[in-house]
Design a protein around this ligand. Structure first.
Ligand SMILES: Cc1ncc(COP(=O)(O)O)c(C=O)c1O
Length: 483
């Protein structure tokens, strides 16, 4: 015993009083410093949040529930931002979807169609109830939106679309009184766009396609407006038009090629609509915005607005396989391996995701390219799995591009390691009811070699490896030049 106490004595010395005092002060100082820095950090965080909150505008008076809306156009926009409970709870964050499928034309494209038509009216390019016709090339959603608004405003519509899109979109267009022309899908060259432009140019002279069309001057080369007025009236050498001539010109039917890919109204519909709405709905507390791109209007317009309000908001692209945008964002080159090597397993007609993915840079995409921080490649299987998962867990019945967006939300949260209530916003573009014959048809999917494996989403939610998650390995080619 005494040997042990002697050994302990030699090993352990009580410090001198002054050393102990310094040691004690050190602990107190360290402790107070750590408390001060934490409270300082919290204080600055709170101050920043309050500053951001001050910058969002109060709720607009056009919030719909407490007033009467004038016609179908009044129902467009101001869509709810809905929490996706299953994904949010599983991840410990807030996954918030803008319910665009609640627009009267059933998709996010209602905003764009309305803005393109109203901008054209404001610029004196289109006059309602004059027998004028709007032409557009689309995979369907934009066509349905244009046809809906055109009917409400007094125009006719011709929609050129690929012959492989889900049949229910054609039925909707026909029910809305649109003229539908179907073409073989073209990959790089946008055949439907060229055809729509051509049809618009020759509108008014259908009996003789060789007649030179009479064109109305527009501020951009993309939008095209033809008139059935005689060419001499529009000829610059004709001089200034008399009041009667102007009036006559206004009443003559026009052909209007809306050109959603290049028309800036598309970007502006989101910059002045979707973006500010998300900002208001989140009281300026938003950490990320995720969207796919068909024309690029949604991601560019919404993303740029949110970045303008807070540079820290992450803007992220959800890109299907076969689209070149993923590589453009990640590596600066517009390139898809499958396209280059000719190794697409399925022809474009067999693709399952409709509305997003593109292989050329549109003007609307260029308007927001510099605000996109990151991109995720989403496989067909992942999108299909997410759509089934959401029905099973939340009762959300959504279309293919919404499912892609939500897979990308999960991947971003995993990659960032977020689990403290961070807010990730995205677009629920359209409903599953637009996709019965393909994306929501298991027999079709089986034929296209796509297995429905809902557990993919459970795996993704529990996975800790973002690199594996971004492998995009299903091997199915997805659409190009889609919307
Ligand atoms: C259903 C659907 N979702 C998403 C998009 C993509 O939107 P954007 O054209 O703004 O890139 C489209 C495009 O048409 C679409 O049809």
């Amino acid at each position: 015993m005494s040997t042990l106490s002697a050994w302990m004595h030699s090993w352990f010395h009580f410090p001198k009083a002054s050393t102990a005092r310094h040691f004690f002060y050190g602990i107190i100082l360290g402790f107070s410093l750590s408390i001060t820095s934490t409270s300082l950090a919290l204080y600055f965080q709170d101050r920043r949040r309050k500053q951001l909150e001050k910058r969002f505008e109060p709720r607009p008076i056009e919030i719909r529930c407490d007033e009467i809306i004038h016609g179908v156009a009044g129902l467009i926009g101001n869509t709810p931002l809905v929490r996706i409970n299953s994904l949010s709870d599983a991840l410990g964050v807030e996954i918030l979807g803008k319910a665009e499928y609640l627009n009267p034309g059933g998709s996010v494209k209602d905003r764009v169609a309305l803005r393109m038509i109203e901008d054209a009216e404001r610029q004196g390019l289109l006059y309602p109830h004059t027998g004028s016709r709007i032409f557009e090339g689309t995979v369907g959603s934009t066509g349905i939106s244009i046809a809906t608004i055109a009917k409400a405003k007094g125009y006719d519509t011709t929609i050129i679309m690929p012959d492989d899109v889900a049949e229910e979109k054609v039925q909707a267009l026909l029910a809305l009184g649109a003229e539908v022309e179907r073409v073989r899908p073209a990959s790089i060259v946008d055949k439907k766009q060229n055809l729509a432009r051509d049809r618009a140019a020759h509108f008014g002279h259908p009996s003789n396609p060789n007649t030179r069309p009479s064109m109305i001057r527009t501020s951009t080369s993309s939008i095209l407006v033809s008139s059935s007025a005689p060419e001499e009236i529009l000829d610059e050498r004709h001089g200034i038009l008399s009041v009667e001539e102007q009036d006559e010109l206004r009443r003559m039917p026009r052909g209007f090629f809306a050109d959603q890919f290049e028309n800036r109204s598309n970007f502006e519909a989101h910059f002045f609509g979707t973006g500010p709405e998300i900002w208001r709905q989140t009281s300026g507390r938003v950490d990320a915005f995720i969207s796919g791109a068909g024309t690029g209007g949604t991601i560019s317009g919404t993303g740029r607005y949110l970045k303008t309000m807070n540079d820290d908001v992450l803007v992220v692209l959800a890109d299907p396989e076969g689209s070149g945008l993923y590589n453009k964002i990640k590596h600066g080159v517009m390139f898809d391996r499958r396209e280059a090597e000719g190794t697409k397993r399925r022809h474009q007609v067999d693709t399952v995701v409709e509305g997003i993915g593109i292989n050329r840079l549109t003007h609307n995409m260029e308007l927001g390219l510099d605000v996109i921080d990151d991109a995720f490649r989403i496989t067909d299987e992942e999108a299909v799995a997410m759509s089934r998962y959401l029905v099973q867990h939340d009762g959300f019945f959504l279309g293919s591009s919404s499912a892609c967006n939500l897979v990308a939300c999960v991947k971003l949260v995993k990659k960032m390691g977020w689990k403290n209530g961070e807010r990730v916003t995205t677009i629920l573009c359209d409903s599953g009811s637009r996709h019965y014959s393909k994306f929501w048809n298991d027999a079709y999917l089986t034929k296209a070699n796509i297995t429905v494996r809902t557990h993919l989403i459970d795996d993704l939610l529990s996975s800790e490896n973002p690199i594996v998650m971004d492998s995009g390995k299903s091997g199915f080619a997805t659409p190009i030049s889609q919307e």
